[in-house]
Write a protein that binds this ligand. Structure first.
Ligand code: ATP
Length: 363
């Protein structure tokens, strides 16, 4: 079973909520649609489910075009959150509830409940009511209830958004394991990047109705395709500094920064695609920034503005007079507000974005 979207578009009046997106989700694959509020995630999910008609383009399930099929005919499981259980029903009854409309005989219902309870390890609690369950158990039952109908695919909209932090952490890992076992395509909508990074096999990062990048969690983090993805993924946010290329010799490139300092970065020969004078944005993650008390050749000098201890690590804001640079270091590194420190963008960790916001090279 697969989900395929071809040039899928949704317009509400003059607003294009989803703009000609192409996407494939494979058998057993968990794909997260990730992006800021209003970028079109939910509308995309609703078009897959058949709850919203596409303005243009196609939805294919298992290779068959389903544009004209109702939600029921598409047999998808769509759920908005994982915890609405009926308090007066037992776990077994809660699990069986979605099957009542399906005209199955009692033996088949019992067989499905047994199978789900085995997958989710609910065997010991089938006769309890939700009030007698721990939070984690309630969640497993709720997951079970959304998958018991044996649908063609699973669609989840912000499934963990109402849970407290600890439960979210537990559920992320658990859901991933369950979904992988089920061998159906799954699409999860979330605006929470940690949720996407931990649960997804691949992430589609959306902005303004378009998909900016579809890739593994590792790659959207390590190899962002453009400035938007670079800035959107990662906490604290990647440092993004405007600069002008002043020259390169094939192995190093020199950049003029706002304010007059210059920076030299070891780069691969692709920087030679740019002419001196080209405007770029240099990107470096806060954990990759190197610092020194001594001036560094080709680096820039800064003053420590703010030091924020975060437990095992420290977040510091450095300022070169024009930019705020976020630095994350081990908590043992002594940093004091007002100190001068020198920074360097190490080779292999600097992303260069061209004026049209696309990555020039991935480190
Ligand atoms: P959120 O996380 O806030 O739900 P989202 O990425 O899921 O955001 P959508 O809900 O898909 O975004 O909405 C995309 C755009 O389409 C938004 O600008 C929204 O206001 C608009 N929109 C969604 N549904 C409708 C509708 N039924 N009529 C008019 N505009 C709509």
């Amino acid at each position: 079973m697969t989900i395929e979207l071809r040039q899928l578009t949704k317009r509400f009046g003059t607003l294009t909520a989803v703009d000609a997106i192409d996407l494939n989700v494979g058998d057993g694959e968990v794909l997260c649609l990730l992006g800021p509020s209003g970028c079109g995630k939910t509308t995309t999910l609703r078009m897959i489910a058949g709850l919203e008609l596409a303005s243009e383009g196609d939805v294919l399930l298992g290779g068959t075009k389903v544009n004209n099929r109702t939600a029921r005919e598409r047999n998808v499981a769509m759920s908005f959150q994982f915890y609405a259980l009926y308090p007066s029903l037992t776990v077994a009854e809660n699990l069986a509830f979605p099957l009542h409309g399906e005209k199955l005989d009692k033996a088949e219902i019992a067989r499905r409940v047994a199978k789900i309870s085995e997958t989710l390890q609910l065997g010991g609690i089938l006769n309890r009511t939700p009030g007698q369950l721990a939070e984690g158990e309630k969640q497993r039952v709720a997951v079970g209830r959304s998958i018991i109908r044996d649908p063609s695919c699973f669609l989840f909209d912000e499934p963990l958004s109402r849970l407290d932090v600890q439960l979210r952490e537990e559920m992320r890992g658990e859901i991933k394991l369950v979904l992988q076992d089920l061998s159906k395509p799954t699409v999860i909508v979330t605006h929470d990047q940690l949720e996407a990074l931990t649960m997804a096999d691949r992430i589609a990062v959306m902005r303004d109705g378009r998909i900016e990048q579809v890739d593994t969690p590792h790659n959207v983090f390590q190899r962002p395709a453009n400035l938007f993805v670079a800035g959107f993924i990662g906490t604290p946010q990647m440092n993004l500094l405007p600069a002008t290329l002043t020259g390169s010799n094939g192995t190093t490139a020199d950049f003029a920064m706002t304010g007059g300092q210059t920076m030299t970065i070891e780069v691969d020969p692709r920087v030679s695609e740019l002419s001196p004078g080209a405007k770029v944005t240099l990107g470096i993650r806060p954990r990759n920034l190197e610092i020194s008390r001594e001036p560094i050749e080709g680096g820039i000098s800064t003053t420590i503005d703010i030091v924020e201890p975060m437990g095992a690590e420290t977040l510091a804001h450095l300022n070169d007079g024009h930019h705020d640079l976020r630095l994350v270091t081990d908590w043992r590194v002594p940093l004091a507000e007002g100190d001068r420190v020198h920074t360097r963008f190490p080779p292999g960790a600097t992303h260069i974005f061209t004026e049209d916001e696309q990555v020039l090279r991935t480190p």
